[in-house]
Each structure stands twice: as C-alpha cells, then as structure tokens.
Design a protein. Sequence first.
Length: 404
Amino acid sequence: MKVAIITVGQLPVPVTKGGAVETLIQHIIDKNESAKQIHLTVFSIYENNAYNKSLKFNNTKFEFIHVNVIKKRYYEIYARIMNKVFNATKCLRGAYLSQIIKKIQNENYDSIVIENDPTFAYELSKVVKNTKIYVHLHNDFINEKTKNIEKLSKKIDYIITVSDYIKNRVLESKYFDESNVIVLKNCVDVDRFNKELYLDIRDIIRERYKISHNDIVIMYSGRLSPEKGIEPLIKAFLQFKNNSNIKLLLVGSAWFSDNNDTEFVKRIREISEKNKGNIIFTGFINPNELPEIYSIADINVVPSLWEEPAGLVLLEAMATSSPLITTNVGGIPEYVNGDCSILIDRDENIVESLRMAIEKLVLDKGLRQNMGREGRKNVAQYSIEMYYNNFLRIIKKVESKISK
C-alpha cells in the first residue's frame, strides 16, 4: 500500500526543530521502519539536518521541498491572504504545495494524508485520481465558521482528528458524515520518557539550571505564547516567592527552535524578575533531550487558555510519572483523568486556582507520587505501537466517496 504524508511545510521531518505534528509523523516513520506495513513517502520542507537524518531510513522515501528566500517572502504574504479567505493554518502554501503537486501527479498513491492544512485538498484533488484524501486535523480548522466549507467537503474523503473535541467541531459544520470523521488519539514514546532511565543524571541536569537535589520543580513545556497560559502560571508561582526551594522551569521558546524573544516573552521575563533565580527559562530544547529535562520535574503544568485540541505535553508528563495540573478545555479531559491530574477551570480565578493546585501538590509528596503512578498507567494506552496500528486501520478503510 502506497501512502503519502504531506507535512504543512513549517518544520522539517525527520524532526530536527521540534513540533508536535512533526513528532507524530516521526513516530509513524520509525515504527514503519521495522513493521514495513506500508510504502511510505513523506513530503517535508528542506532542512540540512533533516536531510542527513533521512538517509538512515530504508522504508520511507523523503521528498524535500526547497523554497528560496524571495519565494518564501512572497508566499508568506500570499498565505496571509489565503488565511483570511479560508480561515486555515499559516503556511508557505503556494511555493511549497506547487512543488509537491509536480512530484505527486506522476505517482499512484492509495492514500494521501494531509497534515493539518485542509486547504491543500483543493489543489491535490485536481491531480490525483482513485486516491483517498485524508486531512489529519491537529487544530480546529474545520468547523461551522470555516469559509467555503461546502466546496472543501467535496475534496476530502476522510478527516482524522486528534480528539473527540475536534471531531465534534468538524461535525458542527454539517458537511461531513460522522462515519468519515475518525479520531486518532496522539501518542508518546512511553519507554523513552520513563523517568527511571535518567536517575543517574538527574542531579547533573538540575545543576545545569542551578536547581538543588531537594528543590521541588514545577515544569511547563511548550511554546511561550499567550494562549498557553504561561502568564497566569507565573503570577500564581510568584505567590510562592518566599519559598526558595520551589522552582518554576519554563521549557521552550516562542517558536520551536527560534530563540528570539517576542514582545510576549519579553513581558513574562520582566514579570519573572520579581522572583529572579527561581523562575528559569531554558530556551528551545532539542527533542532528543526532552525526556532528560522531564525527569527533573516534580509537577507538570499545562495551563492552556485556548481550546487545546490534544497537547503532546500531557502524554509526555504522564509518561515521566509526573502529576499534572491542567485546564478543563478542548480535548484535554479526554487524555487525562482525576487520578493523575488536577483539572482547573479557565476563568477569572485561574491564577488562584493554579496557586491552590500547586500548593496542594507541593505540600503532599505522597499525593505527587500516587498521581505520577496513575499517570504512568494511563499513558500506556497512548503508545507508539497502538498509534501506528490505529493509523494503519484508518488508512486501510475501503470506503471512499464516489467523487471529489
């Protein structure tokens, strides 16, 4: 079975600069390397390190798309216009997709999986025949407010979503049959994120960030952007400023491997000066090093203010046996439960709710340990093997729309 996966074109695959969507694609590539269930082709933006990594794979063909600086700038402007028209994700749509179409129209794929940009289906449906087109939605990009939704619905055979929340948003549009909208829950490398593997280097990593052995580390991992809820988390943490043995570790940057500070990051850095030394910004962490960083955390916080579809950080935290504090939004409640997490409301009292949840876990080591164990149990259902098998089950469905 010939399957093509088309990335959105922002970050490279194989993964060298992070990215949740790209990480999930990487898991499929890695598992298929040994399982060999499909003939896989991945279309990705070119990046030198990604190209070098791609050479070690025998069962995945990589098609790298080169976009020069001038074209990149031109199509960034074009993409902004397209976003206004289609309410879709930002991407270098024209320069990137046009090259993919040239490569894809001479192939005969059984299935094409478009990652997270439904508008790609417009052009692809014109050049592929007898090929099922899937859109794998990681964000809320198809809903009742999506423009040209009726036309778009005729170009897509199946929609794969990362949560029931996103599935329900798609169904609210009234243009997709429920049988053609399928949930594929995210996954994590459960073994690699096992905290026990890093006990020998735990203190070494802590020393890197000037954290002592007995300090309690509260960790946030992800992009440093307003919708992620970092500002209320910092404000909640500032109420513990007299407790020098509690550290807040903020792992990530404003945009993946780009460590340039946005105005928002500058603002939260300024706020953090009120408890300088106890609030630590790591900057971008290479994906290969993330399990080591997670291993030093005692508590993980995912304080999303937006309708988080299904953050990988939830699974990563549970895999490291870390208790979670998170918000009751989007698809988050589908992945966690009350035994391994404290769910708080996203409302005007969020700072106080975060403070209370943090205090509860800081003061009760036994509770932290119990919740961590429950998280490790819960995350077992989100293994890479299960994800790969479920992905295969979906793309091997024989149903197809009569026409596009």
